[in-house]
Ligand binder design. Structure first.
Ligand SMILES: Cc1ncc(COP(=O)(O)O)c(C=O)c1O
Length: 483
């Protein structure tokens, strides 16, 4: 059969076959080379606005240039100026280390330009998304009524959850949501987008372990109801970003059931710990939530963007989002053939489930369980090291891969202010020397260093080397700082 384009002039926006393949090969080589050398590179690299303006500011060229040059420029002048969130010593914020099949899945999806808003648009991909969501459903322990959708990330997942919660409550006036003072800023932002007034975003003080204080929650809900507010959702942390804290999920589920309030768990970073024994225990009760946000681009080792919202009764999500305009009338095939655009914000959406599927097909689930378990274990070992160290002090015990501590020599008697000054210098030195990348936080006003250990490449030597560097930097800071 002759190709319909054979003999026809090529589009101006097309490359010859051999060049396409050579460029793909080049791109793959650049990435593999980067991955092979990552551990020997600094954990981050940044540029000032002035430096990067000088490097990158230019008008779009009227005529094209060789594609190879363009790729090389991207690889040398643009992409390296970034945190290497997949570096084995990147412990800051929430790291992400993608598996190669996941990376290739994104390439395949882009190459197929899959439109996964409707069943008609992509039935194979839609079926696969259903399958992967059922995997998640089973890991969580959700009933068969549960399903969800892939989203850009945890922020979008919680946003969609709030819409479902609001609609389930009958979209009342003065709709009010509750979360702990440790909840991620994504939740208050989602509440704002959903139209919840700032005074209706209620932050509940957490307990000594940064977990939701149930007594306080109950008091606030009762007082708010009496004052005419309408509680529509209570949010729990299934791994708070600051400390890894898990809220008392069972008690919160009891409370929400009794109060008839939607119960949402933000397990964006911590949720996939459910694949391990320890994580399952820590997250006990999560299966009672009405909705759960989980990010496969965090602890399921996928490239950005791979968030997910799971809802215990998928009909409640669809009831909130389903719209059927005339121009999409050809896409309606009934409940058995869902249109994912009826479950969330996006109509045009990429096929994110493929990366999870290809990675798990390639390595097997057992390898993922072990890789998640390793992060939990390394954070616990870091805690042990800190407890035994003469120079370091635990600020919050290890929980789901996160551990917080500070430089504070045993019995130092240093003032709060002095310790803050020293630890800020330590953090600055870590960044400056790029031995690792860590981020700091503030725990009830105490400046604290924080490790989040989620990378499957990270070894104990990476953790130990960073802790020892922190001890050294702390001693240097003390030596150079007047008390
Ligand atoms: C607990 C938690 N919730 C929400 C988010 C936001 O998720 P995303 O950045 O994927 O939108 C994060 C990100 O780190 C998180 O750790």
């Amino acid at each position: 059969m002759t190709s319909p384009t054979e003999g026809a002039a090529r589009s101006e926006l097309e490359l010859p076959r051999d060049e396409m393949l050579a460029l793909a090969q080049k791109a793959a080589e650049l990435i593999v080379h980067r991955l092979e050398h990552l551990a020997y590179e600094p954990a981050w690299r940044g540029g000032t606005r002035a430096e990067l303006e000088a490097l990158l500011r230019e008008p779009p060229p009227e005529e094209g240039r060789p594609a190879l040059e363009v790729i090389e420029r991207a690889a040398q002048e643009i992409l390296p100026f970034a945190c290497r969130v997949d570096h084995p010593r990147f412990f800051a914020f929430v790291p992400s280390s993608a598996t190669w099949p996941g990376v290739l899945a994104d390439f395949l999806c882009a190459g197929h330009n899959t439109f996964q808003g409707t069943w008609l648009g992509a039935s194979g991909p839609s079926q696969l998304e259903l399958v992967v969501l059922d995997w998640f459903r089973d890991w969580i322990g959700y009933p068969e009524t549960a399903s969800g959708l892939f989203t850009s990330g945890g922020s979008a997942a919680s946003l969609d959850a709030f819409v479902a919660a609001r609609e389930a409550a009958g979209a009342p006036e003065r709709a009010t949501v509750y979360m702990s003072d440790q909840s991620h800023s994504a939740l208050s932002r989602a509440a704002t987008i959903v139209g919840i007034r700032p005074e209706c975003v209620r932050k509940v003080r957490s307990d000594g372990y940064f977990r939701m204080d149930m007594g306080r929650l109950a008091e606030m809900v009762a007082a708010d109801r009496a004052a005419g507010f309408n509680p529509i959702a209570v949010c729990a942390n299934g791994g708070a970003t600051n400390t890894g804290a898990v809220d008392p999920l069972g008690a919160m589920a009891d409370f929400c059931e009794a109060q008839r309030i939607w119960f949402h768990v933000d397990a964006a970073y911590g949720g996939f710990a459910i694949l391990t024994e320890k994580g399952k225990k820590a997250l006990e009760g999560i299966e009672r939530a009405d909705s759960i946000a989980v990010d496969a681009h965090k602890w399921l080792f996928q490239p950005f963007e791979a968030g997910c919202l799971m809802v215990k009764d998928i009909r409640r999500l669809e009831a909130a989002f389903s719209v059927q305009p005339e121009y999409l009338q050809d896409t309606q095939f009934g409940r058995e053939h869902p249109n994912f655009s009826d479950r969330g914000l996006q109509l045009t959406r990429s096929f994110r489930a493929l990366k999870v599927w290809m990675s798990i097909q390639t390595f097997g689930l057992a390898a993922f369980r072990r890789s998640v378990a390793k992060g939990i274990q390394l954070a616990e070992e870091a805690e042990e090291y800190v407890r035994a160290s003469e120079w370091l002090q635990i600020a919050n015990p290890a929980s789901l891969g996160v551990v917080c501590f500070r430089f504070n020599p045993r019995d130092s008697g240093y003032s709060h202010e002095y310790l803050e000054q020293i630890n800020k210098k330590v953090q600055a030195r870590v960044i400056e020397t790029a031995v690792a990348m860590t981020s700091s936080t503030s725990l009830r006003g105490i400046y604290s260093l924080r490790f989040c250990i989620l990378n499957h490449h990270t070894t104990w030597q990476d953790v130990l080397g960073t802790l020892q560097a922190i001890e050294r930097f702390g001693l240097e800071a003390v030596a150079s700082t007047a008390k």
